[in-house]
Design a protein around this ligand. Structure first.
Ligand code: HEM
Length: 407
């Protein structure tokens, strides 16, 4: 197969975009037509272009140039010292990089400091659930999102999943801290660096002999892909908390959404694609996330690595068995089957019968534990899993890659 250059890939993308707009019969596993209205977005209006064929026009040409002219090592070294949102950019950055970053670090006019303060309160109160949900619901779901699984598997980070998870966990951690988007927080830094990493991947991955473009995607990490992944994070997390009947005041739920809307914006997602409410988020997720979920060899491999991460931490509770059972409990039998997660004769029924009462007791909604032994096991599990996934966010530097995964 001919190597796909970025330019002809983008051209093909444009052409396919036009075809998409006139409704071509969908090949197997192709994505659905884009009918979600920008009226439900934080922008309130938009062109209506299918985000499958939109990437990051500001960051992509810049990172392609930085890679091609050999500036990445110097830029990475300088960026290692840039850790706080309020910090000036390091001196010595190439002028075009500096110009982009100064622009990219600006919060949009709709950022609401009061909501962000409430979002922090929510994260504090719900940190234990969030750790498990980001790690097992969102993290495992990412392995059945084919575009993401393949991109992760064949990019540089795919060779060292523990390191990669640490970096991704940093984002989940940073967004939940006090002043996440304030001068002493780190979320803006993390998001801008990640935006640059994604742009680098868009340049590098199409050059990998292992990654192939197709009618469904010509260049990785489209705006649509980013929204799909976004839904595997806050939308899925909120759906689970709601299903578990965790009481969440409306202002906290709204604030949590706000922090992730802002996160999306800072990652380079256009406001016209970011849902303005949970209802809109759920409806967009139904259109873009649910239909794409499918197994791939790459995703199965990644899921297996994720499930075995626990083996190196705490003995006893956080084992592949309980992580697998929890994945099945949260994502269902079909996804667990796709990921070849074995059934767990003890843990599966226990989660099915005792998790609901456990949450109810924990939240003070039920006066007496119905399953006291399971209660402590689950509570300990929450703690260990939160530790496993969020404590991975140790001081770590998100770096621009210069190559794909070596095989
Ligand atoms: C890198 C988060 C969407 C593929 C990263 C990193 C973070 C992150 C924090 C830096 C970690 C690292 O360098 O390893 C997110 C978030 C997303 C999102 C919050 C959406 C809301 C996507 C999508 C794809 C993707 C949709 C693919 C379809 C990658 C790849 C890397 C990366 C391949 C680079 C790994 C490497 O260094 O080789 N992402 N991401 N991401 N992301 Fe994303």
């Amino acid at each position: 197969m001919d190597k796909i250059t970025r330019r002809n890939a983008l051209k093909a993308g444009g052409a396919l975009g036009v075809l998409g707009a006139v409704s071509v019969a969908a090949p197997a596993q192709a994505q659905t037509l884009w009918t979600w209205s920008a009226k439900g977005s934080v922008a309130g209006a938009g062109e209506g272009a299918d985000p499958r064929w939109v990437w990051d026009p500001e960051a992509d040409p810049l990172l392609a140039s930085v890679i091609d002219r050999g500036d990445v090592p110097a830029v990475n070294e300088l960026l290692r010292t840039w850790t706080k949102n309020g910090q000036a950019l390091p001196a010595g950055l190439p002028a075009d990089v500096k110009e982009f970053m100064e622009q990219a670090r600006q919060l949009p006019s709709w950022a609401d400091q009061n909501k962000l303060a409430t979002a922090f309160r929510f994260n504090q109160k719900r940190g234990l659930y969030l750790g498990v949900l980001y790690g097992l619901a969102s993290g495992m779901m990412s392995t059945v999102i084919p575009h993401e699984a393949r991109a992760v598997y064949y990019s540089k980070g795919g060779a060292d999943m523990k390191d990669r998870i640490s970096k991704t966990a940093k984002l989940g951690y940073d967004i939940g801290t006090e002043n996440a988007f304030g001068p002493d927080g780190e979320m803006i830094v993390t998001a801008v660096k990640t935006r640059m990493v994604h742009a680098a991947v868009r340049h590098l991955l199409p050059q990998s002999p292992n990654w192939t473009a197709n009618a469904d995607q010509t260049v990785p990490i489209s705006q649509r892909d980013m929204m799909v992944t976004w839904h595997s994070l806050p939308t899925t997390v909120m759906q689970k908390l709601t299903a578990w009947k965790v009481p969440i005041p409306a202002d906290e739920s709204d604030a949590f959404l706000h922090s992730w809307q802002l996160g999306a914006h800072m990652l380079g997602i256009k406001d016209e694609y970011i849902p303005n409410s949970w209802d809109e988020a759920n409806s967009q997720a139904k259109q873009v996330l649910d239909p794409v979920l499918a197994p791939t060899d790459e995703g199965i491999n990644l899921a297996n690595i994720l499930l075995n991460l626990g083996s190196s931490v705490d003995g006893g509770i956080v084992t592949p068995h309980i992580l697998g059972a929890f994945t099945r409990f949260m994502l269902g039998d079909q996804i667990a089957g796709w990921l070849q997660i074995p059934k767990e004769p003890v843990w599966d029924p226990l989660l099915n019968t005792a998790w609901g009462p456990f949450v109810a007791v924990r939240e003070g909604l039920l006066p007496f534990p119905l399953a006291p032994a399971a209660y402590w096991t689950f509570d300990e599990f929450l703690r260990q899993a939160a530790l496993l996934f969020l404590s991975e966010a140790k001081p770590i530097s998100i770096e621009i890659p210069v190559a794909n995964r070596p095989f």
